[in-house]
Design a protein around this ligand. Structure first.
Ligand code: ZN
Ligand code: ZN
Length: 435
């Protein structure tokens, strides 16, 4: 099959492109209607082969896979798609998080290796041939156990904020049809070098600005050289002003903006926003940091401009990039010591995900600050790194220690719950504070 040049390049780079997707039987009436709609679109648009991005440094004999991908590919009946995807995944005992809406799909799932392969084929069959005929880039890591505690398939926006496309300072409404240009991991390196060099030899437009389009806590454990910590702290509140981007229309047109996120989807939305706001040179790291790491692992080299680990939204919490061990850049919020251990603040009304070191954890119990350690609605203190793992996603079938329902007595209301009155008092001698 002839591939468009960039697709072909990518497939060669990874040497692991798989062939035409196998057609799988539908799962019920809803699924059949959905497949029929997809087939109608497919008749008009050539279907590019999907791309599988894997890390050859990881142990492929491990029984499970963590699979992440998205597709900006219109779905006419999202509620029906939710039903068919849920049925498909449930039938195979798979877990994870799948969001579907009119824009497409954003999925992070986990299952046995062959089941993940079946789901890739199923999604390629249904979503690959959408109106925007881009190949789906599947990123898949081998892992020793299921990477999520349960399965959630929902009709909801693909990224945390639906407001992103609502129009920036320009007042124009952004469109996912125009969201900037994908750059390969190799091109990304070249652009980063330009950003370092101040853009003198860049041929106009000045040095590119590098944006980390994630949440602050993700930046804390790993990031590209030259990317500032996102401010405000969460992606959902991001806009061009928050990133300190120019407001002058001419400057916007001239300034190259490079952006990256975990898997690429947040860049699709933020890229569309910036394009609508008048930025003409918008570059997105294709397949996100996950694909960048895999490409470097395939090429037998350490990712040269990445420092630290990659935060992932599953039970693993952080993964080494490309399988290479890197210096630890995360810092304990209490003492500044290097660490990559995350915990949600034990105050349910704070819940701040923060980094804590093995020395501070027994002392702080997993609370982010002194006031949180005495807040009424709190979880029992977590005092060892071994216990901390379960707070970031319990194994499937086990209760989630982060949920209020796992903590409070069942006859006490959610709002009325008070740890001092109803139990769950912090361990004696537990004290919290920065040093
Ligand atoms: Zn510490
Ligand atoms: Zn807190």
């Amino acid at each position: 099959m002839l591939l468009r040049p960039p697709v072909r390049q990518l497939a060669l780079l990874l040497s692991c492109q798989f062939g035409a997707a196998r057609r799988l039987p539908g799962t019920g009436c809803a699924s059949l209607r959905f497949v029929t709609a997809a087939a109608a679109i497919r008749a008009a648009v050539p279907v590019p082969a999907p791309v599988l991005s894997i890390n050859p440094k990881l142990d492929a004999t491990l029984p499970y896979r963590a699979l992440a991908f998205y597709a900006i590919s219109p779905i006419a009946q999202p509620d029906e798609a939710v039903e068919s995807h849920r049925a498909f995944l449930t039938e195979r005992g798979m877990v994870g998080r799948v969001y579907l809406c009119e824009d497409g799909i954003n999925a992070q799932v986990s299952g046995a290796a062959e089941q993940c392969a079946e789901y890739r084929a199923y999604c390629h069959d249904q979503l690959g041939p959408g109106a925007a005929p881009e190949p789906i880039l599947f990123k898949e890591d081998p892992c020793d156990e299921l990477a999520f505690p349960r399965l959630r398939v929902k009709h909801r926006s693909l990224v945390p904020s639906g407001e992103l496309l609502g129009g920036g300072a320009s007042g124009r409404v952004a469109s996912l049809q125009d969201r900037g240009r994908d750059v390969s991991p190799a091109e990304w390196e070249e652009l980063l070098a330009k950003a370092d060099g101040g853009g003198e030899e860049g041929g106009g437009g000045g040095a590119p600005i590098v944006l980390d389009v994630r949440n602050g806590y993700e930046w804390d454990v790993g990031r590209f050289d030259g990317a500032a910590r996102p401010s405000p702290d969460t992606f959902a509140q991001s806009d061009e002003e928050a990133y300190g981007l120019p407001s002058d229309p001419e400057e916007r047109a001239e300034t190259p903006v490079m952006m990256y996120c975990t898997g690429g989807i947040r860049c699709e939305y933020f890229g569309a926003r910036l394009r609508a706001a008048g930025f003409e040179k918008v570059y997105k790291l294709q397949g996100g940091v996950q694909h960048y790491g895999n490409a470097h692992a395939a090429a037998e080299e350490a990712p040269p401009r990445w420092k630290g680990s990659l935060f992932v939204f599953d039970r693993r919490n952080t993964v080494p990039l490309g399988g290479a061990s890197s210096e630890v850049v995360g810092q304990c919020v209490h003492c500044g010591a290097p660490t990559e251990a995350f915990v949600n603040c034990g105050n349910i009304d704070c819940n701040k995900l923060h980094l804590v070191c093995e020395h501070c954890l027994p002392r702080t119990g997993g609370f982010c600050c002194e006031p949180c350690s005495t807040a009424p609605r709190r979880r029992p203190p977590v005092t060892s790194l071994a216990d901390l793992a379960a707070t970031q996603g319990a194994p499937p079938g086990q209760p989630d220690p982060n949920r209020l329902s796992s903590v409070k007595p069942h006859n006490v209301g959610r709002k009325e719950y008070d740890a001092d009155e109803h139990g769950c008092a912090p361990a004696a001698g537990s004290e919290v504070g920065g040093s």
